[in-house]
Write a protein that binds this ligand. Structure first.
Ligand code: BGC
Length: 715
C-alpha cells in the first residue's frame, strides 16, 4: 500500500497539539564497539545464550515460574538479566554474584513492571491519559523511573502503548485508550520521562515498548486471544503508537502473546525484522513476553520448545523471558545450521551495548546507592506530583450544579465500598506501591482545609462484589439525616488488568442498588467511580446529580478528589476511551466509518440497532468543567493547499462560565472524498490551556502533509 494525501477535508474543533521534540539520542549501532566486540570474542555459546536469557526471581511473579535456581544460573553465566528483583539490598547481592563470581564478570540487567509508579503511585495509565497533559505524564514517568532507579532497577517494562477499542479487555487500564494520535503523543511522553535525553543517567531507566503488536485488539476482548484485523487497520490504528515510542528513542521492545494474521508475534519476522528493524530502524533489543516462546507450541506453529526458540531467534527476538528455550533448547539449531551464529552475536551485541550505555560495565553498582534510595522514594515533591496528576486525570461526567460543594455548613454522608478504601487506589500493576500509603477519599475530604464547613458521617454500605445488603438500612438512615451524599463505587483493582477480561462491564455486586436506594431519599448525590476500564454507567447517570470518573488515582487519590469536590481544582480531564451504553455495542469508538447507509433515525434500513442508540453514553474526548467554554467558527489560513504547504487552523475559545478552567481544545479532520473510506472524525492535534473566566484565547494549530496521509488501495 502506498500512503496518499487527502485533498478534501473538513476540520472540526473540539479541542489541541504537542509535538515530541526531546527525542533521546540514538546510539550509532552501525559502528562496532571494540570493547563489546572483544567481549563477544571471548564468550562461549552458553554465555552468549545466557545474555539472551531473562528470568524472574522468586520475589514475585506474574505467571508460572518455570525455573528455580537463578542464583546458579547467574554464577555460570547462563542468565544475564533478571526481573522482579528490586531494592538496593537485593540487587546488590545478585550483582555481586555476576561481577565477582562469573568468568567474564558481565553485569546483570534488572527489570520490573514499573507501570504507573514505583512506590509513589500515580493514576493508572488510562487515568493519566484522561489528563491529555503530556508534560504531566512525562513528569510522572520520570518520577517513577527515578524512584525505581534509586532502588536498584535499570529497566522498566513500560510504556504499554497498545491501542484498544475493547473495554472488555482488562488491560485497557495500562494503556492510553482508543485513539492513535493521543496514544502516540502519550507514548512519546512516557519514553521521554523514562529514559530522558541523557539515557544512562542514574535517575532514568531503560524503556520497553509493549506489547508488539496489536495486543489490544484480541477477538471478543478476551485476553491473549488472536488478532484478526485488516492490514490497513493494523497499520493505521495499531502500529503508530509503537513507532512513535521507538522514534522517541525507546531502546527495547516486548513481543505480544497474540498471533496476528496467523503468526504469533514472538515468531513473526514480519513484525520483528521487517517492520521494527527494517522499516523503523530500531537498533535496541527485543524481549519476549512471559513464556511466549514456549506458547508457540500451543499456538500450533512449533512442534516443541526447540522449534519455537529457533523460530523466535530467526524472527528477531534477542531475549527470552522465562521460556528457558534460548538457554536450554536452541543450541542444536546452531549446530545444524538453522540458526546462524551471526544472528546470536547480533542479539548479544545489542544487549551488551545497552548494558554499556547504562554505565554498568564502568560501575555495576551505579544504581545501588542506599542513601539515594532512602532520599528518593516518596519524597514530598513526588507526592505533590502524584496529587497534581491525580487531579488532572479526573473526568467530570455529569454535574447538575451540585459540584463544587457550596462552602456553607452542611452534613455530608460518605458511603460506598471505595469511600474509605486504600488498597484498591494503587490499581493493578502497582510495582512496590502499598495501599497503606494512600489517602482514601474519606480521609482526603476530612483533612482538607475546607472541611471545617462540614460535618461528616461514613458507612461503607456494601462490598465491591457480593450480594449483602445488610447495611442498607443504616445507610438510608444516615443519608436521610444528611444534606448531601458522596458515594464511591467501582471496581476492585484485580477486576481490570492482565487476565481480567469480562463479558459484563458493569459496576459489580449491589453497588448500583445502593445508589438507587440512596436516590430514593431525594438528597443530592455525587457519585465517584473508581475503576480500571470504561464501565456501563446508565444507572449511575440516572441516579446521580454529579459523576466524577476517578479511575484508580494512586497514592494521593483522596487529597486530589477533595480539591475537586471543594472547588480548589476545576476538573479538566477528557475520556481517552468511549463508555458504551451496552456491551452489545462493543467495539465502539469515535473514529468509525460513515458506511453507505449512515444512521437515519427515520429510516429502518440504515446502520443502527433496533434496541439501542449507536452512540456511547460518553464518547472519547468528552468531559465537563465547572465552567463553560464556547468556540468561534474555526478558520484556516488558506482554502486550498498543496503537498508542500502547511495549513494553519485557528479558533477563539472563550470561558463563559463562573470559574477559571483548563480546556482541552481538540482538532479533528474528516476526508469527505477519498480513494478509500475514511473515518467520520480523526483527532489530529490538541492543546490543553488555562482560560480564566471571562477570557478568550486564540488557539492555533499547524497541520502538514503527514497529518493527512493514509494508505490507499492495494490494487
Ligand atoms: C505481561 C507483561 C509483563 C510481564 C512481566 C506478562 O504477563 O504481559 O506486560 O511485562 O508479564 O511481568
Amino acid at each position: 500500500m502506498k500512503i496518499i494525501i487527502l485533498n478534501v477535508i473538513v476540520i472540526t474543533f473540539f479541542m489541541a497539539a504537542c509535538s515530541p521534540k526531546n527525542v533521546t539520542k540514538m546510539v550509532d549501532s552501525s559502528k562496532p564497539d571494540p570493547f563489546i566486540e572483544q567481549l563477544i570474542s571471548k564468550m562461549t555459546l552458553d554465555e552468549k545464550l545466557g545474555q539472551m536469557t531473562l528470568y524472574t526471581t522468586d520475589w514475585e511473579s506474574t505467571g508460572p515460574t518455570i525455573r528455580g535456581g537463578y542464583q546458579d544460573d547467574i554464577k555460570t553465566g547462563r542468565c544475564g538479566a533478571l526481573f522482579n528483583s528490586h531494592t538496593v539490598d537485593f540487587t546488590t547481592r545478585l550483582q555481586k554474584i555476576a561481577v565477582e563470581e562469573t568468568r567474564l564478570k558481565i553485569p546483570l540487567l534488572f527489570g520490573y513492571d514499573v507501570i504507573h509508579g514505583y512506590k509513589t503511585m500515580f493514576p493508572i495509565p488510562m487515568g493519566e491519559a484522561a489528563s491529555w497533559d503530556l508534560q504531566a505524564i512525562e513528569r510522572s514517568a520520570y518520577i517513577m523511573s527515578k524512584e525505581a532507579a534509586a532502588s536498584g532497577l535499570h529497566w522498566t517494562f513500560a510504556p504499554m502503548v497498545d491501542i484498544s477499542r475493547e473495554p472488555r479487555w482488562g488491560r485497557v487500564m495500562e494503556g492510553a485508550g482508543e485513539d492513535t494520535y493521543l496514544g502516540s503523543r502519550i507514548a512519546e511522553a512516557r519514553v521521554r520521562g523514562i529514559q530522558g535525553d541523557g539515557f544512562g543517567k542514574s535517575d532514568r531507566l531503560l524503556a520497553c515498548v509493549k506489547h508488539f503488536a496489536a495486543y489490544g485488539a484480541p477477538i471478543a476482548g478476551r485476553d491473549y486471544n488472536s488478532v484478526e484485523i485488516s492490514e490497513r487497520v493494523f497499520r493505521e490504528t495499531y502500529l503508530p503508537t509503537y513507532e512513535a515510542a521507538i522514534k522517541a528513542g525507546a531502546k527495547t521492545v516486548m513481543t505480544s502473546f497474540n498471533d496476528y494474521d496467523g503468526v504469533p508475534a514472538t515468531g513473526s519476522k514480519y513484525l520483528l525484522t521487517e517492520i521494527l528493524r527494517n522499516e523503523w530502524g530500531f537498533d535496541g533489543f527485543v524481549v519476549t513476553d512471559y513464556t511466549s516462546i514456549n506458547e508457540m507450541v500451543n499456538h500450533g506453529v512449533a512442534k516443541d520448545q526447540t522449534d519455537a526458540g529457533i523460530m523466535a531467534v530467526n524472527a528477531g527476538v534477542d531475549m527470552d523471558m522465562q521460556s528457558a528455550a534460548f538457554q536450554e533448547k536452541i543450541k542444536i539449531g546452531i549446530t545444524d545450521g538453522r540458526i546462524k551464529m551471526e544472528k546470536i552475536d547480533a542479539s548479544v551485541r545489542s544487549i551488551l551495548r545497552l548494558k554499556k550505555e547504562l554505565g554498568l560495565f564502568e560501575n555495576p553498582y551505579k544504581f545501588s546507592d542506599k542513601v539515594r534510595e532512602s532520599n528518593t522514594i516518596m519524597t514530598k515533591e513526588h507526592l505533590d506530583a502524584s496529587k497534581d496528576m491525580a487531579k488532572k486525570s479526573v473526568v467530570l461526567l455529569k454535574n447538575t450544579g451540585v459540584l463544587p460543594l457550596a462552602k456553607k455548613p452542611m452534613k455530608i454522608f460518605v458511603t460506598g465500598p471505595l469511600a474509605d478504601d486504600k488498597n484498591n487506589l494503587i490499581g493493578a500493576w502497582s510495582a512496590s506501591g502499598e495501599g497503606r500509603h494512600c489517602v482514601s477519599l474519606y480521609e482526603g475530604l476530612r483533612q482538607h482545609p475546607a472541611s471545617g464547613n462540614y460535618t461528616f458521617e461514613h458507612v461503607k454500605g456494601c462490598e465491591i462484589e457480593g450480594t449483602d445488603k445488610s447495611q442498607f438500612n443504616i445507610v438510608l438512615e444516615k443519608a436521610r439525616a444528611s444534606d448531601i451524599i458522596i458515594v464511591a463505587i467501582g471496581e476492585h483493582k484485580d477486576l481490570s488488568g492482565e487476565a481480567a477480561s469480562k463479558t459484563m462491564i458493569r459496576i459489580p455486586g449491589v453497588q448500583e442498588d445502593l445508589l438507587k436506594a440512596l436516590k430514593a431519599t431525594g438528597k443530592p448525590i455525587i457519585t465517584i467511580i473508581m475503576n480500571g476500564r470504561p464501565l456501563i454507567l446508565n444507572e449511575v447517570e440516572m441516579n446521580s446529580d454529579a459523576i466524577l470518573e476517578a479511575w484508580w488515582l494512586g497514592t494521593q487519590a483522596g487529597t486530589a478528589l477533595a480539591d475537586i469536590v471543594y472547588g480548589d481544582y476545576n476538573p479538566s480531564g477528557k475520556l481517552p476511551m468511549s463508555f458504551p451504553r451496552h456491551e452489545g455495542q462493543i467495539p465502539i469508538y469515535y473514529n468509525h466509518k460513515n458506511t453507505g447507509r449512515p444512521l437515519n433515525p427515520t429510516d429502518k434500513y440504515t446502520t443502527k440497532y433496533i434496541d439501542a442508540p449507536n452512540t456511547p453514553l460518553y464518547s472519547f474526548g468528552y468531559g465537563l468543567s465547572y465552567t463553560t467554554f464556547t468556540y468561534s467558527t474555526p478558520m484556516t489560513n488558506k482554502s486550498s493547499f498543496s503537498d508542500a504547504d502547511q495549513v494553519t487552523i485557528s479558533v477563539n475559545v472563550s470561558n463563559t462560565g463562573n470559574f477559571d478552567g483548563e480546556e482541552v481544545v481538540q482538532l479533528y479532520i474528516r476526508d469527505l472524498v477519498a480513494s478509500v473510506t475514511r473515518p467520520v472524525k480523526e483527532l489530529k492535534a490538541f492543546k490543553k490551556l488555562m482560560i480564566k473566566k471571562g477570557e478568550t484565547k486564540k488557539v492555533e494549530f499547524v497541520l502538514s502533509k503527514n497529518d493527512f496521509e493514509f494508505y490507499d488501495q492495494k490494487w
